[in-house]
Design a protein around this ligand. Structure first.
Ligand code: AMP
Ligand code: MG
Length: 362
């Protein structure tokens, strides 16, 4: 027994089995074992191309309840149902809108979640009491094999404790979920590192609820005009996000995070001045920089998210850096700001949430 599973056993009571799956040579026997756990109402964490998911049987209300309990997640925050084929989609919605078919053809399997009106087959425990259901068909081969082995419908939020950054590597899943669930499927690091784009097609006007790897431009190229939920980039608490989960202070690191926005040199000067002040009064400082600027900071632990131009890399590194700062006991984090076009919209959306919308303009 590993130290991690021993701690899990002492704290949570359950012994969590960890299996390793190679996406290019999937062990069918192990997949069936994971599928059996789901069919009997248990929970299994699994890799996807976005982040690790915490899976249960989407059609079993008890499984959804267990997911909320394992994560410590409020039960009005609906779960995304993961499927492996279009037939499964047809059976859990009242009808598939034309625009959903166009998006499915273009982006599925892949990092896009589509909200449609649910059929009676989906329990309200899974949709947080809503008459709509969020559906995604992941492209990760292990995720697809796991969904098929489990009966076809996996409800899965990200496999982190509520309020922590979504896990991009299995060590973070173990940190948060050992002792709380039956199994963790180790599939190595995830390729994208940010949660799926969410689009709502349940009403008359398509609405972007959460930005992600599939950008607004890509969606509009496929189906024409898409409205954007105004709360995506605003910290205004009076507005209510259309995706119930987006109202919570998600993705929060343990340290106090502030984004500094402005011209490059002014940002660097501001961070240097305040970082040394913070360190002087006993704080442990972390700085989120880029390859272009990392050598220009003088205080604290400086981590680069990558080149400014390489948004995929920035998206991929962001949660890992936040988790690393947690592990290092950082109490104050300063971050540079990023463009909010294209994938930058997803990066800034997550960063703003992690910072509780604390932005300093310089
Ligand atoms: P996570 O599972 O952590 O990736 O979060 C799922 C996100 O999808 C949350 O922000 C939910 O509020 C949102 N979501 C899931 N189902 C629906 C739905 N039927 N309507 C609106 N938002 C949804
Ligand atoms: Mg999440």
């Amino acid at each position: 027994m590993t130290l991690m599973s021993l701690c899990g056993k002492i704290m949570g009571g359950m012994d969590t089995k960890v299996i390793s799956i190679n996406e290019d040579n999937i062990d069918i026997r192990l997949m069936e074992e994971a599928g059996d756990i789901i069919r009997s109402g248990g929970l299994v964490a699994f890799p996807t191309e976005t982040v690790y998911g915490l899976g249960g049987d989407a059609l079993n209300p008890m499984s959804s309840r267990k997911i909320y309990a394992a994560k410590g997640r409020p039960s009005d925050n609906p779960l995304i149902v993961h499927v492996a084929d279009m037939e499964s989609v047809e059976s859990i919605v009242t009808s598939v809108p034309d625009k959903a078919r166009v998006l499915a053809d273009k982006f599925w399997p892949g990092p896009l979640t589509i909200i449609m009106n649910k059929s009676d087959k989906v329990p309200y425990e899974t949709t947080g009491g809503l008459d709509t259901v969020a559906i995604r068909m992941p492209v990760h081969k292990t995720a697809l094999a796991f969904i098929r082995a489990s009966g076809g419908y996996i409800a899965a939020p990200s496999a982190n404790l509520s309020g922590r950054p979504s896990p991009t590597a299995v060590r973070y899943v173990k940190e948060d979920m050992s002792g709380r669930i039956e199994m963790i499927i180790d599939g190595g690091d995830v390729p994208i590192g940010l949660e799926s784009t969410i689009i709502d097609l349940s009403g008359d006007v398509p609405m972007l609820l959460r930005p992600g790897f599939i950008t607004l431009r890509m969606l509009e190229d496929a189906i024409g005009h898409v409205e954007t939920d105004p709360t995506i980039m605003s910290g205004d608490c009076k507005e209510r996000p259309k995706a119930p989960g987006m109202k919570y202070r998600h993705y929060a690191p343990k340290g106090d995070l502030v984004i500094v926005d402005g011209a490059r040199d002014a940002v660097i000067d501001h961070i240097n001045a305040h970082a040394s002040e913070e360190a002087g009064s006993g704080g442990k400082v972390g700085i989120i920089a880029t390859d272009e600027t990392e050598d220009l900071y003088r205080t604290g632990t400086v981590k680069s998210v990558g080149h400014r131009q390489d948004e995929s890399m920035i998206a991929h590194r962001l949660y890992t850096i936040l988790r690393e700062f947690d592990d290092e006991g950082v109490t104050k984090i300063f971050s540079e700001s990023f463009d909010s076009d294209g994938m930058g919209q997803a990066i800034m959306n997550r960063l703003l949430k992690a910072a509780g919308h604390q932005v300093i303009k310089v």
